[in-house]
Each structure stands twice: as structure tokens, then as C-alpha cells.
Design a protein around this ligand. Structure first.
Ligand code: 13P
Length: 251
């Protein structure tokens, strides 16, 4: 059966000292809790090794927010999947809309990143989602289908089964405007049917599909109650241990 997961995406926030403090707070809160889901934090590259040293990996998973589309070499400023893995991190967010929008990441580039992440035993948290115009003109289901097909459908069923997907409607990210639970459910069921059409029902049923976009302790319970919503990818609310734990405890 697929896992329930709440993952934080810290984005470009916190100094090293602040980040280690936040990770310790989340770790501490989890040490006293028995959450009904897996909990992951995805943090800036600079923080990975230090945070890995202070968390209990059986309670809290650690991931990067990106990795390079090349294995190694003359790519100044890039961080490879093997470098991420060498810090002790085991997850990596790929295809976040902010990477697609501001850094020109295409499906071709993302394909390389997914392959390199898997080759280094990192679990990709692969993001998909439509922009407001696509929501309003009614093409959103097709847009997300295409994002999945283009970047992921060259994978074997075995490799596809290692992925976590995250549906993040771009119009809901950091805007305070959450998708309704019915909008999330419609898309998550659609994503599962797209997966089933290529890899079969069993793979589709076993894939965790997270919702992201202005998820908060107040709206998480309704969203997570939907049958195809397997948890959340949390931006702003993951920067405060108490609100992040409020979302974890929504399960
Ligand atoms: P917010 O929760 O801040 O809307 O961000 C969502 C997100 O982009 C997580 O990856």
C-alpha cells in the first residue's frame, strides 16, 4: 500500500544556523510523536550534511531541493546527485515549478535529473502542476498528463515505482489560495489514471501523490481526507516547526 507522506520544502530560506535549529525542533517534536505518515524535510544544499548529523533518520527523512542534470565535471555552481547522496540525504525534489519557471527546466532536463537521482539511490519527489491560465482555460488535466509523460514515461515500471509525485498547482503556491479538496482529488485521481494507463493499476495504486500549494494546519485535514491525496509538500508552513507538525498531525 502507498505511503502517507508530509514533506517540507524550505526553498531559499534559513541561514545554516537557523536551518539546523529548525531541523532540531522538528526532530525533537517527532521524537515524542507517533505520526501516521512519513515525514521529510528538503533543505538547501549548504545545510544537508549539518542537518543529517542532528536528525534521527528513522523519524525524519532528509532531501535536497534540486540536483544537477549532469553526473560530474565542469558545471560551475552545480551540485550533483552523488554529492547530495554523499551528505546522507535520501530524497530530492525535482521539477518544482519555481525551477521550471525561473531556471528554464524542461522535461528533457528533468529526465536526466530523475535518472541521475535514481542511479544514486535518491528518491525523487517529482513536481507537476498547471499555471492559472491553464486552470482557467480548462487544459489543466492535459497539461499535467503531458508533464508526466514527457519526463517520466521512459522509466521502467521498477524505476517509476521508486518515485513520489507532488501535484502543485502553480496558482496555489505561496499565494494563500489553496486548491479545494475536490479540485485536488480530481487531479490526483487523474494522475493515478495516467500512471495506470502506462504502468498498470498496481503501480498506480502504490504511488504516493502529494498535494502542494498553501497547505496549512487548517486546510490539511480536508485535503488529506481525499482518497487520492497521500499527503503534502509544504512550503511556507514548513518553516515553523509547530505549523509543520500541525500538518503532520492532520493524518
Ligand atoms: P507554499 O506551501 O508556500 O504555498 O509552497 C508550496 C510549495 O511550493 C512546496 O514545494
Amino acid at each position: 500500500m502507498r505511503k502517507k507522506i508530509v514533506a517540507g520544502n524550505w526553498k531559499m530560506n534559513t541561514t545554516l544556523e537557523e536551518g539546523v535549529g529548525l531541523a532540531k525542533d522538528v526532530n525533537q517534536a517527532l521524537s515524542k510523536a507517533t505520526p501516521k505518515c512519513d515525514v521529510i524535510i528538503a533543505v538547501p544544499f549548504t545545510h544537508l550534511a549539518s542537518i543529517n548529523a542532528v536528525i534521527n533518520p528513522t523519524k525524519l527523512g532528509l532531501g535536497a531541493e534540486n540536483c544537477a542534470d549532469h553526473k560530474s565535471g565542469a558545471y560551475t555552481g552545480e551540485v550533483s546527485a552523488s554529492m547530495v547522496a554523499s551528505t546522507g540525504a535520501t530524497y530530492v525534489i525535482l521539477g518544482h515549478s519555481e525551477r521550471r519557471q525561473y531556471y528554464g527546466e524542461t522535461s528533457e532536463i528533468l529526465k536526466e535529473k530523475v535518472n541521475l537521482a535514481l542511479a544514486n539511490n535518491l528518491t525523487p519527489i517529482f513536481c507537476i502542476g498547471e499555471v492559472l491560465e491553464e486552470r482557467e482555460n480548462g487544459t489543466y488535466l492535459d497539461v499535467v498528463k503531458k508533464q508526466i509523460e514527457e519526463a517520466l514515461f521512459d522509466l521502467s515500471a521498477e524505476d517509476f515505482s521508486k518515485l513520489i509525485l507532488a501535484y502543485e498547482p502553480v496558482w496555489a503556491i505561496g499565494t494563500g489560495k489553496t486548491a479545494t479538496d475536490d479540485q485536488a482529488q480530481e487531479m490526483h485521481a487523474h494522475i493515478r489514471s495516467v500512471i495506470a494507463s502506462k504502468y498498470g493499476k498496481e503501480v498506480a495504486d502504490n504511488t504516493s501523490i502529494l498535494y502542494g500549494g498553501s497547505c496549512k494546519p487548517s486546510n490539511a485535514p480536508q485535503l488529506f481526507a481525499k482518497p487520492d491525496v497521500d499527503g503534502g509538500l509544504i512550503g511556507g508552513a514548513s518553516l515553523d516547526a509547530e505549523s509543520f507538525m500541525g500538518i503532520v498531525n492532520a493524518f
